[in-house]
Design a protein around this ligand. Structure first.
Ligand code: F0G
Length: 435
């Protein structure tokens, strides 16, 4: 719907026409952002979502917010029914921590991660631009999502995965859906470096989060959270949380906590909240709080030391393979999001991640992969440190599904107990459990 947009360098502000295939600024190498003329945006059409009226509202998911996506009315989306993920109220864990806790379960997207929101926009853009094929480097989820969307769009798809460091469920998706999968002898950062050059040389469209259009899809997480809180469209718990505190504004939480790898998602969600405020739909912006694994925490180091830029981590290591990234390409956008929203950045250990994964699974029935559990692990740590205040309303983003990494889940849980095929044997085995 929004045809009036350009690409702008976040550093030197150089502008580029919308149909130019470009991932970083040609002049200074800075990241690009999609810039709209907000005065041309039909705010009433977006606000109609609250009343669940109108054509857009009926669409649901990412494309209900088409007013804030970079396409003309004629373009038809490549969609697999992404978005519309539930926002869970988590009373048990919230009470334990003393905060009002919600989890936005992005692992319930069609391919099991939030990447689908970015890919529906990115692959629709790829078809509009008429590219020969699509490609990405990935710790797994991006490749799984891209493989599915490429199949729907009949586009050749190339993915580079760090050898031996991709969870089984993700690999299964990428190969089953027909991507050409390469196992790169190196880590994610090496894979990204190689795929960027490959795309430039071969006229293949790059769909890592350095592609600014992908982030336009992912910013709809912010829109959905605000909409769900405003409508009281929350799963579980008592409904003392107001359906609508004020009809004048959409509601936002005090804080959003999420895992950070290549740092695209935190940048995208921040942009979404900024847009809602710019359009006069909300009054404030949640504190954007990024969590990294201790062995892969360049953004946390930069934030805590007050450095303007990150120092890449040479050999990133964590069991949360999705965020095993040492040189996040979107770091400048992420640091800006964290600082200008009065947010925070924290690192968590692999043991803390595992504990959080088990707590979410057993206290709230929310099954997530390790990287996704880092958000809750980080929140716990920040509450203990007094950085997150009691009674804050907090939304943790669960970025990926438990089934993505079945091997890890099996390795950290109790093994099934083998029993002979008789009721007596079963009862005996259960009784033995209680001793
Ligand atoms: N959580 C999960 C489950 C992820 O797969 C990723 C990133 C992140 C969090 C971090 O998001 O990169 O936007 O900061 N996965 C990418 C991939 C790198 O290739 O699937 P980010």
């Amino acid at each position: 719907m929004t045809e009036v947009y350009e690409l702008e360098c976040i550093k030197c502000k150089e502008r580029y026409p919308k149909d130019e295939i470009l991932y970083v600024c040609r002049r200074c190498g800075g990241l690009l952002d999609v810039k709209y003329d907000y005065s041309a945006v039909n705010v009433d059409e977006i606000d109609a979502c609250v009343g669940k009226i109108g054509e857009r509202a009926a669409l649901g998911g990412v494309w209900r917010f088409r007013e804030l996506l970079p396409f003309s009315e004629e373009v038809s989306p490549v969609s697999i029914g992404e978005g519309n993920t539930p926002l869970y109220r988590c009373e048990r864990l919230g009470k334990k921590l003393g905060v009002e806790l919600f989890v936005k379960h992005e692992g319930l997207n069609p391919t099991g991660s939030f990447k689908d929101r970015g890919m529906t926009v990115g692959v629709t853009k790829a078809l509009e631009l008429g590219v020969r094929g699509v490609a990405c480097a990935s710790t797994g989820n991006t490749s799984a999502s891209l493989a599915v969307f490429a199949a729907r769009a009949s586009l050749p798809c190339y993915v580079l995965l760090p050898k031996g460091k991709v969870a089984l469920g993700k690999l299964a998706q990428a190969i089953m859906h027909g991507a050409k999968v390469f196992s790169l002898q190196g880590n994610f950062d090496d894979a990204l470096r190689v795929v960027i050059e490959f795309c430039e040389q071969e006229n293949v469209y790059l769909l890592n989060s350095v592609n600014p259009f992908r982030l336009e899809g992912q910013k709809t997480i912010a829109f959905e959270i605000a909409l769900q809180l405003t409508l009281g469209d929350v799963v579980g718990g008592s409904s003392e949380h107001s359906v609508q505190k004020s009809r004048d504004y959409w509601e936002v939480p005090d804080r959003v906590v999420l895992p950070v790898g290549n740092a695209g998602n935190i940048s995208a969600i921040f942009k979404g909240f900024v847009e809602l405020k710019t359009l006069g739909l909300t009054e404030s912006i949640p504190k954007m709080t990024g969590i990294q694994a201790e062995g892969a925490a360049p953004i946390v180091h930069a934030f805590k030391s007050g450095a303007e830029e990150i120092t890449p981590v040479e050999h990133p290591e964590t069991i949360a393979t999705a965020i095993r990234i040492g040189n996040p390409v979107n770091a400048p956008k992420a640091l800006h999001a964290i600082k200008s929203s009065d947010g925070y950045a924290e690192a968590v250990s692999d043991a803390e991640i595992t504990a959080a994964q088990i707590e979410l699974a057993r206290y709230e029935g929310i099954g997530v992969e390790p990287a996704s559990a880092s958000s809750f692990a980080g929140l716990k740590k920040l509450v203990e440190a007094g950085i997150v205040e009691r009674d804050e309303s907090v939304v943790c983003i669960a970025t990926g599904n438990l089934l993505k990494d079945p091997e890890r889940a099996v390795s950290v849980c109790e093994a099934p107990i083998e029993v002979p095929a008789s009721v007596e044997a079963l009862k005996k085995a259960i009784a033995a459990q209680h001793h």
